[in-house]
Design a protein around this ligand. Sequence first.
Ligand SMILES: Nc1nc2c(c(=O)[nH]1)N[C@H]1C(S)=C(S)[C@@H](COP(=O)(O)O)O[C@H]1N2
Ligand SMILES: [Mo]
Length: 418
Amino acid sequence: MTDGFPSDTDHGRRRLLGIGAGTTLGAVLGMVVPFEKNWPRGLIPAAFAQDTGMDLMAGKSGLIVLSDRPLNAETPAHLLDDDITPAERMFVRMNGLVPQTALDGNAEGWTLTIDGEVDTPLSLTIADLQSKFETVTRRLVLECGGNGRAFFQPGTSGNQWTMGAVGCPEWTGVRLADVLKAAGVKSSAVYTGHYGNDPHLSGDDGKDTISRGVPIEKAMEDDAIIAWAMNGEPIPALHGFPLRLLVPGYPGSVAHKYLTRIWVRDQVHDGEKMTGYSYRMPAYPVPPGTEVPEEDMVIMTEMPVKSIITFPQTGGAVAADGTHEVRGHAWAGNGDVAAVHVSTDFGQTWQEAALDAAPNRFAWQRWRANISFPMAGYYEVWARATDMNGVAQPPVSPAWNPRGYANNIQHRIAILAE
Ligand SMILES: Nc1nc2c(c(=O)[nH]1)N[C@H]1C(S)=C(S)[C@@H](COP(=O)(O)O)O[C@H]1N2
Ligand SMILES: [Mo]
């Protein structure tokens, strides 16, 4: 099994594989099954089937499941306090099903193909990647393009992520640029197209679950990596075992899991969820609720500046006197964050937080502030990050868009001073 899945999941699966003529369902599930005699032999108990999400979430702790088919789960902000997000706290965004290879932790014969607009198409094993290219380890923020969707008015369709479709694990792999250079990128190259082996929800082999890409200039920057490890362990099944791409700064959807192929295109990639309204924003500001013509939608690129408050947990009580630490993380799709400010008076006044430097580009940055209260009562702490261009998070949802992307509204928490 891959890291992040405790042994009881492992047992569950092994027991499941062992279901044979003499096996009872009660033994498999470890509990009494009153209608045991009606159980059709060979039928996988729903408790273990992929569409419940139960078994798959066994390695997670405290996440909120937003949908179970496909599996989508976010992390409450106070559980994102670690500088390096552990696997058990990492949000999950599946567009399709978790591939069996990942569930089995089976990377045997895995190859990554680089083809299209390259001089020499490559077929690389994981051992090739590890031996032929320089290994790099980096903390990289991964944030779903739809994080914050729940705050748009009127609401938009899709997972109603609040603040927790984001994390910053430490990834180990090789630079995407080094691999592309080894293949020799032709001058005709325009875009990348990413492919993996996760099955489409319909089970139809002919359908891609998702296939997004980035402009070749972005792919050739130093920051994007092809990773085989997360937090020093093989990448967990839900996060892309055995290989995944990370293209920091861009929406998480370009960070392809279960990576099998990078097709270098001579045009803007037109794979699954690259076209129409998927991961696209109106080319101009629109009033909330507007129907925007498809041809006016443009591909999302850099994610906006954002921050979260990870301590204290919202809703807690503190002593009205004295000072109290609040802290969290801040990140921006265009590089480093310039400043973080906090307010305890609904945004009338702001105090600057101490902000740590990023350990590497596109890692989130720790911020801390000491706050105090003039008297007992209900307060909110609001946090506001500002990027290097002086652009700050808004106190209300930013530009409404048909699919509810890129909402970097300020995070606020409730505190009772008593
Ligand atoms: N193969 C594959 N890669 C994928 C996806 C997917 O469904 N299949 N989802 C994408 C989206 S939309 C996001 S936000 C991130 C989520 O990564 P995580 O589940 O590891 O947090 O993976 C991206 N890569
Ligand atoms: Mo996403």
